[in-house]
Design a protein around this ligand. Structure first.
Ligand code: ZN
Length: 351
């Protein structure tokens, strides 16, 4: 199988480094340049697969997690990192009008006690998102690697919606913007923290699933171990019954040692079936999306609070606005003296 993640990663890597790969359904024919032959310690021409049966039938190299050539490629990519920036091309279609955007803002953003009105006509801008790729090594009885991606709003640090994530990953990016519109800078610290939190949450969920899947194997192994030690203890007890006093003391001590050994063995098994994970980021891409900056005012009676909303053109939706007071992303409230989020209003009440 060459659709398998680790093998695909390895083929992409050697191709980028100058190898020639012919991908077939079950294996790939690879021709390696001399630098890769040296660094991966492989011959010039070889077949690779991740299917043990195909490996045997086609005399192919079985490339599975844990193989030195796969580890070497992964550490090379990690040490080099994949850092860059790119722009989504400016769309040719007509941009929505200010009236449409205000209607959308009233329907989808909404501010408690406030009404959103237009302040200035929308201005074209580029809005940053951060795409983080990471290799996650899970250890559960065995050790294996999976790839994860997180896409976050690089100003707010919040996770992109699934639809937006697909659009960002599916866009062919250009290195330089194809218009002269203003580019908003990313808030990298915030964006990386957001991506890290998302990766932690996703891999924790994956770990729990893996542990659940391993439960029956864990139970089976514990039952086997329990049966083994129960038999050992029963045999010691039988021998002790017919033994003389001195020998009995010795057998009792041996039984106690066996019970301790049993507990230690069970703990060892439980530990073996507990997932540990290690997240190693290897990709950090800032992707700029065509957008429209919409300056609005939020009215509450005579009070007017300025707010900027960003309409993301490829997704046809607004980026989540942050609270003007504390900068977190939470529903906004037009208060009597300021525009703020629910968290800020709780703070104000408790102060
Ligand atoms: Zn706030």
């Amino acid at each position: 199988m060459i659709a398998d993640g680790p093998l695909r990663f390895w083929l992409d890597y050697v191709e980028r480094e100058g190898a020639l790969c012919e991908r077939k359904s079950e294996f790939a024919e690879v021709l390696l340049p001399s630098n890769l032959q040296r660094s991966l310690q492989l011959p010039e021409a070889l077949r690779v697969t991740s299917d043990p049966e195909v490996a045997a039938a086609e005399s192919a190299l079985l490339l599975m997690p844990g193989h030195a050539a796969l580890d070497a490629a992964a550490s090379e990519v990690l040490s080099r990192g994949d850092v860059g920036r790119g722009y989504v091309p400016w769309p040719a279609s007509a941009a929505p009008t200010a009236t449409t955007l205000i209607t959308q803002a009233r329907e989808n953003i909404g501010v408690e006690h406030g009404r959103i009105d237009l302040d200035r006509d929308p201005a074209p801008i580029y809005y940053p998102f951060l795409r983080v790729g990471a290799l996650v090594t899970y250890t559960l009885d065995d050790r294996f690697v999976e790839r994860e991606e997180a896409c976050v709003d690089a100003r707010a640090g919040t996770l992109a919606t699934e639809d937006l994530r697909r659009r960002i990953l599916g866009s062919s990016l250009i290195g330089v913007a194809d218009t002269h519109h203003t580019t908003l800078g990313p808030e990298l610290g915030r964006a990386i923290a957001g991506a890290h939190a998302a990766l932690c949450e996703r891999t924790a969920l994956r770990s729990r699933t893996l542990e659940r899947q391993a439960q029956s194997a864990l139970r089976e192994e514990c039952v086997r171990v329990d049966a083994y030690y129960a038999a050992a203890l029963a045999s010691l007890a039988a021998r002790s019954e017919s033994a003389e006093a001195r020998r009995q003391t010795l057998l009792d001590a041996q039984a106690e040692a066996t019970r301790l050994e049993h507990r230690r063995r069970v703990q060892e098994i439980e530990l073996k079936f507990r997932v540990t994970r290690e997240i190693a980021p290897f990709r950090l891409h800032v992707v700029f999306l065509p957008a429209l900056a919409l300056n609005v005012v939020v009215r509450r009676g005579e009070r007017r609070y300025p707010l900027r909303l960003d309409w993301l053109l490829p997704a046809a939706r607004f980026a989540t606005p942050c609270c003007p007071r504390c900068n977190t992303c939470a529903p906004l409230i037009a208060g009597r003296s300021s525009l703020h989020c629910r968290g800020c209003s709780t703070d104000a009440m408790s102060a």
